[in-house]
Ligand binder design. Structure first.
Ligand code: ZN
Length: 300
């Protein structure tokens, strides 16, 4: 795609862990994903490298409000950008304290190093976007596809014949396999399957993954992702049923995923990048929560 630039945010000094996308339109550049605030300088450099000043970014499209995708959105709002987001995510951008504090409980002292800061975005700069709603920038249109499963507040953005998939099309880095990021609190396997069907039904020529880059064999990629999503959730289930402490399960799951990544040809460095983009402990926590809610009949 000639009008899409992939900006590598060099998260934790690695290549191809987190991307932001700059799309040129006749109405100025549009940014899809901001990455976390901790990589804001790299984002700024990437925008400059593509011939724009930060202040020229007036439209920022978020796939969802997790820090690795939306953490720097408030910085772009400061320089005048409008932030387009799922209605469920919008209140958290206006008052990020709850989001921040619950993450702080998980990340503790690592919080700032990983994600930087997060500040409130003025409400008049937050635009909620409904399912199949279109944003029009001259000849370029973005269609919002509400795609829960990874997060309830997830949007995949279709532009022409490509889709920016956030996390709903998984993580696939440097030729490694497709894997599903499963953080708490919203994982829902059935919703995720339906969302993948929504992506397929759009018949895109390619996908842009935030972690990381272009996917051309769309259906095969999504089928592989679906397989691993079920594989992981089935792997976790007996541990959940046996009430095994999550701390005991994390190293076992890490080993399990490592064996999978190695069998797909990943070396140790690449396994580390996968771990940065999609930490194993987070997927254990997310899938435990999924099975708990399911066993309580609170989700389908
Ligand atoms: Zn992510």
């Amino acid at each position: 795609m000639e009008n899409v630039a992939i900006i590598d945010l060099n998260f934790l000094d690695t290549n191809e862990a987190i991307a932001s996308f700059l799309v040129e339109t006749s109405h100025g550049p549009v940014l899809v994903e901001t990455g976390p605030e901790s990589t804001f300088e790299q984002l700024k450099e990437g925008i400059l490298r593509n011939g724009y000043q930060l202040e020229e970014i007036k439209h920022v499209l978020l796939t969802h409000i997790h820090f690795d995708h939306a953490g720097a959105a408030w910085k772009l709002a400061e320089t005048g950008a409008k932030i387009y987001v799922h209605p469920v995510g919008a209140p958290h951008l206006a008052s990020p304290e709850k989001l921040w504090n619950s993450a702080k409980q998980i990340y503790g002292d690592e919080m700032e190093r990983l994600w930087g800061e997060m500040q409130a975005i003025p409400e008049d700069q937050i635009i909620e976007v409904g399912h199949e709603e279109e944003l029009v920038f001259g000849k370029i249109r973005f269609k919002a596809l509400h795609t829960p499963g990874h997060a309830t507040h997830h949007i995949a953005w279709k532009m022409k014949n490509v889709i920016f998939t956030g996390d709903v099309a998984g993580v696939k880095i440097k030729g490694g396999p497709a894997v599903p990021p499963c953080p708490p609190p919203d994982i829902n396997i059935r919703d995720w399957e339906i969302s993948m069907a929504i992506l397929k039904a759009e018949k895109p020529e390619c996908l842009f993954l935030t972690h990381f880059g272009i996917i051309n064999n769309v259906d095969e990629h999504l089928d592989n992702l679906c397989y691993i999503l079920h594989d992981w959730s089935k792997w976790i289930k007996p541990h959940f049923d046996a009430n095994t402490d999550q701390q005991e399960v994390i190293p076992l799951f890490m080993e399990y995923t490592k064996i999978h990544l190695r069998s797909e040809g990943c070396d140790e460095d690449l396994i580390q990048v996968y771990e940065y983009a999609n930490p194993s402990w987070m997927s254990v926590a997310g899938l435990y929560r999924y099975w708990r809610l399911k066993s309580q009949g609170r989700i389908n």
